[in-house]
Structures are given as structure tokens and as C-alpha cells.
Design a protein around this ligand. Sequence first.
Ligand SMILES: [Fe+2]
Length: 565
Amino acid sequence: MGGGMLRLPGMIHRAMVMHVVTVVVGVMVGGGSVRWAEAGDVPTTLEGPFEPVTVPLNQKAFRGNAVDLPDTDPRVRRKGPRFAPEQISVSLSASYGSVWISWVTGEFQIGDNIKPLNPVSVKSVVYYGRLRYPLHREATGHSLVYNQLYPFEGLQNYTSGIIHHVRLTGLKPGTRYYYRCGDPSIPAMSDIHVFRTMPISGPQSYPKRIAMVGDLGLTYNTTSTVCHMRNNQPDLVLLVGDVSYANLYLTNGTGSDCYSCSFSQTPIHETYQPRWDYWGRFMEPFVSEVPLMVIEGNHEIEKQAGNQTFVSYSSRFAFPSEDSESFSTLYYSFDAGGIHFIMLGAYVSYNRSGAQYKWLERDLAKVDRSVTPWLIATWHAPWYSTYKAHYREAECMRVEMEELLYSYGVDIVFNGHVHAYERSNRVFNYSLDPCGPIHIMVGDGGNREKMAINHADDPGHCPDPLDTLDEYMGGFCAFNFTTGPAAGKFCWDRQPEYSAYRESSFGHGILEVKNETFALWRWHRNQDLYDSAGDQIYIVRQPDKCPVRPLPMNPLRRHRLIRDF
Ligand SMILES: [Fe+2]
């Protein structure tokens, strides 16, 4: 269903449409794997802004709730001996020449009397090469264990297996590499896996397909999402936060679809860390061969003893933090062909005086759009969701960062957090803007929390502004609108004009960047056949019309943003 085909009368010049179609067809002839016969039906952002579309909930087919895979499911059980590598994954460095291989050995422990494993007792070795036999290159890395400690009577503590991270360097672009990982001295080496490096960065060089997914969890809906995603054969997967949902469990392994509803009396928000191991095992067949890049969501906070946070997330994944000079696991950047990805932290300071904002300024200033024309930003909590759940929750982050991203001409923003799908028109500061990014929300990966089905503009569903506060987002900035059709109100009385398409279904998206101008976005619903798309659009860059204008931020401009909204 191409919901974006509707458009407001008089918003586009007919001659422009004809020109656009001609250009798109030209691109498609020489392009990638999209089914060209269908492409003539795919709208482009040049035809926007589109009239808002809401796909009504299909009550018959609706599966709003999902059930977690139990710990008896063979897909989450350990398969090999104790020190055999498991939970193997590949992740990218800041450029094509290097990737990380990560895995776990040894058993986690959970209980009253845990004894952490010695992380150096098992070596971190990867054999790799462009041929399956022999794997003539060798790399070694580092290992760690982490603890999740709850110093309260009756709660159980956790210590992880040994987590290994090995960096492979000197890789060629767009090239398949075979590898085995483990400790050859035990011996305990994995089977041979294969991955492909990202293509060289340049305006005509892109990974064919990039999967975008959020809020995955580990339910039977997750398995459907991952199955659909694998069938689309992505070259790279971006997970925009909320990974294992281990924090919907008590330390004794009792889980709930709503933690705060079921466990309101616990002394601290508990987690059941083995869910992370289950998640890593379930995902291994996929992410041991397709690079996975993750940015943290609220479910990764997992506060524990000493007010430590994000410990599992930061320990289990490898990040290009040093390469991108963020030196943080909570925000970083990397290139994938001619795309520069910026992964932002919504649960770490985003204020203009803070480290993340200053790093973002530096990172944006370094981007050479003649090498990486596409600039894509992701973080967890959306700025332009129109659903009731988490409505305007990230408003303070938007007030701080939106103008900076806009000034550098960010092309697309991907978010999760809200368990539904939504695509915006080009928007900046709540106004339709032909140079604003398209915001796409893919928080519909399939976790066990309920799907979002109510909109803030539905009668009776506008939340109280004070109810939108989130303790980890910081501050309160969600004031009533002062301009536009919703002036004086907190919510619109209809689907806002900046919302192009919204639908409550589980799924994932695939981004196919064709060249420096065109990118095809397709959102795939779990209930559909593998090859069909629920929403699709060509996102078209117009650098001539929207040049990069990095403006020095000053207090006056900041004041204007805050006052208007
Ligand atoms: Fe979330």
C-alpha cells in the first residue's frame, strides 16, 4: 500500500512531477535490486508534502501483544561446550577497512554467590581471510566480564560469560571475508562465518540494502521480524535501541508485559540478564554474517549497584567510539559507503554545553558531502511521533539539537521507542520545510510490550503535558504550541500535517540508497508476504535547493526555538 500517494491540492507543480518521474526511471534502469516494474508507483519526496494518512487498525489481524521466547526454546539455549564461542556478531568501525568480531565464552552465573570468570582465561583470537581455506590472517583482541549487581535482600546478582572483542584491520572495501573466532589453545574455535565489508565511501558507492529496526525484544513477533529482515538480505542492520528487554523481568526470571504495573514494590528496577544471552544466541545466525550497529534505548539503562547504567549494552557490543572520536559507547558515527551515520544518545546529556553536543558539532563539521552525500541520524526516542505513547517525550532533546542537524542538512532520521510505524513529511521545528529531514519511526520490531495504537490527536487521547516527562530524558520542554493549526494546544485535533503516514503493525524497513540523489525506503510488515511493502517512498536529496549552512549557534537563536514551542 503506497499511502503517501495522496497529496494536498496545489502543493506541487505538474511539470515538476513529470521531471521527477523521468529522473527516477533513469536511475532505476541502472540501479539495484528493486522491482523496477513497481517503481513507477513509488512516490518521491519531491511530490510532498503529502496529505497525512492513517491506516486504520485491522482488528481481525491485530496482534498487539507478543509472548517472549521461553528459556526452553532451542534457539536461546547454548549449543556448544562451555568455552565454545557463542553469541557471535560483526559490527563496523568508522570506515570499511575495519570491523569488530564479538562473542561470548563460558557460562554466566546468577544467584546469591556468583564468582566472576577471569576474562583472560580464554584467549580472543580470530582467523580470517578472503578465502575459506586457508584463513591465513590472525587478529587478537580483548575480553571482559561484567556484573549486574543488586545489593538488596532477596535479589540475585549476575556475572556474564567472557565477552570477547577482536578488531580486524586492513580490510578491502566491498569484500567477503571468512572467519573463525575463539581460543585455539583450548581448542575452542567457532565454525567458519562470512561477512562483507562496506563499500568504499563515494557518491556512487553504497551498500545495497540497510535494514532498520527498533525495539526488537525476543518474542514470537521478533522472530517474524527477523525472519522477514533476513529474507531481504541486508548488508547492514541498524537497531535503533531497546534490544533484549531484560528489564521486563525480576532477577528470579519472572517477567511481565508491564514491569511497573506488575512489580511496583521492588527496591530497584530489576533485570534478568540471561535474557541478553538468549537474545545474543537467537541473533547469532543473522548478525555473525551481517554487521549490526546498535544505539542505546531506555531498556538498555538497567541501573544497578553504584548507579551504574548501560553496563550490559556497553559490554556486549563493539562501537567505533575511538574511530569517531566520541570515546563513548552512547553516541558515535561511522561511514557505510556514501552514507555518514550519526548515532546519538537520547539518554545521555544532549545539552549544548555537553560533551555529546560538542562532539556532534565536530563530527558534522568533518563530513565531506562530496564523499558521503547522505547524512543519516538515528537515536531512540522520536521527535515527531504523533502517537499517544511517549508523545513529545524527547522535546528537550529536539530543542537542543534540531537546529544543528537541520543546518547540516541531515537527510533522514530514524527512531524507535514508540511501538508502531510512522513516516513524516520533511519537517523542521514542527513546520513543513522542504529542507527538513524525513523522520521515520520503526519502533515496531516486536517486543512484548504492547503496540502503540492510540494517537495524541484521537478524541480524548491527548496526554497531560506533565505525564510526558521521562526521568531519563531530562527536563520539561513540551509546552503548548504557539503557532500553526494547533496554536494554544498541546495536541492537534487531527493527524498533524507533518505526519505523512502512520500504522500500528510490526515490521522493519529497508533503505536502498541508489546514488547521491535517490534512496528507496520500504517498510515491510510482518503480516505481509516477504516481497511486499506497507509503505514506500523515494527520498530525494536536493543539495542545490538545500545547501549545507552550518551556522554558529548563539543564545538568541536558541531562545527563539524554546519560545516558539
Ligand atoms: Fe524505548
